[in-house]
Design a protein around this ligand. Structure first.
Ligand code: 6PG
Length: 235
């Protein structure tokens, strides 16, 4: 599964750099993508158009970039610090700001400036990487949280009661505007949520990953056998 993920990133980057001169990718956090980032840093070290690649995060914990829980720190240690990419190509969430809403607004402004869009417009990422939580959340769009209903803001500070903290997250309009969204899901602990997301009539509010439906883009689920074990006649 990680090799398929690395191939997808490589192919998407090469095509985007050729066709549009740049490749924009939103990285996912948590633990699953770490092996993918390692793989990209090791295998693809020479073959990717790193100079044309621009890195963002689909969500971030409300912690400084040095914190163990930081999605930026994870991706930096696993990949960014090992590849020839300029710091100016890396756009992390300013999550060290004690004001989570201000951090979210600042990151939304970063998206607007980079993509050259006006308020009300939505950036179109080439590739958005996402994970799936055992509760069906993705990015930091958790079941029953306020961010699920957001229709206009690009990035919000989403209060997550069970963690007693805010998470800074892309909203559905940004995820669903992407040219390609790829979920990487690994492990038996995700099998039940995956079945609910892919093969049940449960509402999206209960399983937010169901709400990720790119309007004009591809939706790819990269699953290992354990994660897919709950699906009926998986491919
Ligand atoms: C985060 C992620 C989150 C993650 C899932 C799965 O900040 O935690 O962006 O959405 O993808 O929680 O996490 P694991 O890969 O650790 O199971």
């Amino acid at each position: 599964m990680f090799e398929a993920g690395a191939e997808l990133v490589a192919r998407s980057a090469i095509d985007a750099a050729r066709d549009r001169g740049q490749f924009t990718i939103a990285l996912s956090g948590g633990s699953t993508p770490k092996s993918l980032y390692h793989l990209l840093a090791s295998n693809a070290r020479t073959s990717l158009p790193w100079g044309h690649m621009f890195f963002f995060w689909g969500d971030e914990r409300h912690v400084p970039p040095t914190d163990m829980d930081s999605n930026y720190r994870m991706a930096n240690e696993a990949m960014l610090a090992k590849i020839p990419v300029a710091e100016s190509n890396v756009f992390r969430v300013p999550a060290e700001n004690p004001d989570a809403a201000a951090a979210a607004a600042a990151y939304a402004q970063t998206l607007q400036d980079f993509f050259g869009i006006n308020p009300g417009q939505v950036p179109v990422f080439d590739l958005v990487l996402l994970g799936l939580g055992p509760d069906g959340h993705t990015a930091s769009l958790f079941p029953g949280t306020a961010a699920l209903a957001e229709k206009s803001r690009l990035v919000v500070a989403n209060w997550v009661e069970k963690f007693n903290t805010h998470r800074i997250t892309f909203t559905l309009p940004v995820l669903n505007a992407a040219r390609c969204v790829a979920f990487l899901v690994s492990g038996t602990d995700k099998a039940a949520a995956l079945r609910s997301v892919l093969q049940s009539d449960a509402p999206g509010e209960q399983y937010p990953a169901k709400l990720v439906r790119p309007a004009n883009g591809k939706l790819i689920w990269l699953l290992d056998r354990a994660a897919a074990s709950g699906l009926s006649d998986p491919a």
